[in-house]
Design a protein around this ligand. Structure first.
Ligand SMILES: C[S@@+](CC[C@H](N)C(=O)[O-])C[C@H]1O[C@@H](n2cnc3c(N)ncnc32)[C@H](O)[C@@H]1O
Length: 287
C-alpha cells in the first residue's frame, strides 16, 4: 500500500510556514541526499524508541515528521498485518521515503505530505504515534500534540525522542561547539535556514516544556538516554559531511586540519562516534 494522499490546502502564512520553507529548501534536500548518514547518526535511538513503542501485529502506527521514512518502515514491519503512515512537511524527504519504500518492497506503508500540527488525521485512527526527532519544529507544540492525541484511539500511545540541552558536559556538544567556532561565520551566519532549524531542534530540550506541551495526555514520562551518534567513517569523511552542510562546502586547509584534529579523539574502529544525550518521552491518550 503506497497511497499518496493529496496535500491539504492551507494559507501561505500558516503557523509553520518558516519550517515548511526550511524543510523544502536546502536543509530538506540535504537530509534527503544524505539520508544514510543521518540514519546512521540517530540509529542508536531506534532500539530505545521501538522498545518503548511496543508495536504489535495489527497496530496502526503514525510516524510524525517521518523524513525519509526509515523509522516508518521499521514500524510497518513490526506492525505486520497493521500499517504505518508517515506524515512530513517536506516534499523532497517524502520523495525519498517513497523511492526507498518501493525499492525495499514494504507494502503496508504510506506517506502524507502535511503539517502534523494541523493535518486532518482520521479521529482515533492510530494505536501508536512515534517520532525520531520530528516533533520539535512546531510553532505551537501543545496544539500539535493535541492534534496527534485526537488521531490516537483512547488509550493509544505516543513515543518520541528529542535532544537534551547542549552542554559542555556532553561529548557531542563540546565537539560541535569547537567545530562551529572553527567554521565561524561560514558555519552559522552564512546559512540562516540551518540556524533556524538548529534553534527549533532545541525547542523541547527542557522537560518542563515537554510536560506542558503534553497536557492532553496522561502517564507522561521523560527519561534521559545517552546514545552514540555517528558522524563518518573517519575524521576526513566526517569533515566532508559537516562541510557539505555549509554553503561553500570548503574551508582553508588549516581550518580543515583543525576540524579533523577535533574529531580524531572520537575516531575508532566503528567510525567517528560521540556520546550525546536525548529525552525519550512516552505518554498515553486518556481512555
Ligand atoms: C530532524 S528531521 C527527522 C526526520 C526523521 N524522523 C528521521 O529520524 O530521520 C525532522 C523532520 O520533521 C519534519 N517536520 C518539521 N516540521 C514539521 C511539521 N510541522 N509537520 C510534519 N513534519 C515536520 C521535517 O520535514 C523533517 O523531516
Amino acid at each position: 500500500m503506497t497511497t499518496h494522499a493529496a496535500p491539504q490546502a492551507r494559507p501561505a502564512d500558516h503557523p509553520n510556514a518558516r519550517q515548511e520553507a526550511i524543510w523544502n529548501g536546502p536543509v530538506g534536500r540535504h537530509w534527503a541526499a544524505q539520508q544514510d548518514r543521518y540514519d546512521a547518526m540517530s540509529g542508536d535511538l531506534d532500539d530505545h524508541l521501538f522498545a518503548a513503542a511496543a508495536i504489535g501485529d495489527g497496530d496502526r502506527v503514525l510516524d510524525i515528521g517521518c523524513g525519509a521514512g526509515t523509522v516508518t518502515r521499521i514500524a510497518a514491519r513490526l506492525a505486520g498485518r497493521g500499517r504505518a503512515v508517515g506524515v512530513d512537511i517536506s516534499a523532497p524527504l517524502l520523495d525519498r521515503a517513497r523511492a526507498r519504500t518501493a525499492a525495499e518492497g514494504v507494502a503496508n506503508v504510506s506517506y502524507e505530505l502535511g503539517d502534523a500540527q494541523t493535518h486532518r488525521f482520521p479521529a482515533g485512527g492510530y494505536d501508536v504515534a512515534i517520532s525520531r526527532g520530528g516533533v520539535m519544529f512546531f510553532a505551537d507544540h501543545a496544539a500539535a500534540f493535541g492534534n496527534v492525541a485526537r488521531a490516537l484511539r483512547p488509550g493509544g500511545r505516543l513515543v518520541f525522542a528529542c535532544p537534551q540541552p547542549a552542554s559542555p558536559d556532553i561529548e557531542e556538544s563540546r565537539a560541535l561547539g569547537m567545530l562551529a567556532k572553527l567554521l565561524g561565520e561560514q558555519g552559522a551566519a552564512a546559512s540562516p535556514e540551518s540556524a533556524d532549524a538548529r534553534a527549533a531542534m532545541a525547542s523541547l530540550s527542557d522537560p518542563r516544556r515537554v510536560r506542558a506541551a503534553l497536557a492532553a495526555y496522561t502517564d507522561v514520562d521523560v527519561t534521559a538516554l545517552t546514545i552514540e551518534t555517528y558522524w563518518g567513517k573517519d575524521p576526513a569523511d566526517a569533515v566532508d559531511f559537516l562541510l557539505s552542510r555549509t554553503p561553500d562546502a570548503s574551508v582553508p586547509r588549516v581550518t580543515r586540519k583543525a576540524m579533523e584534529d577535533t574529531l580524531t579523539p572520537h575516531a575508532g574502529g566503528r567510525g567517528v562516534r560521540m556520546k550525546a544525550r536525548v529525552w525519550l518521552v512516552t505518554a498515553t491518550r486518556p481512555s
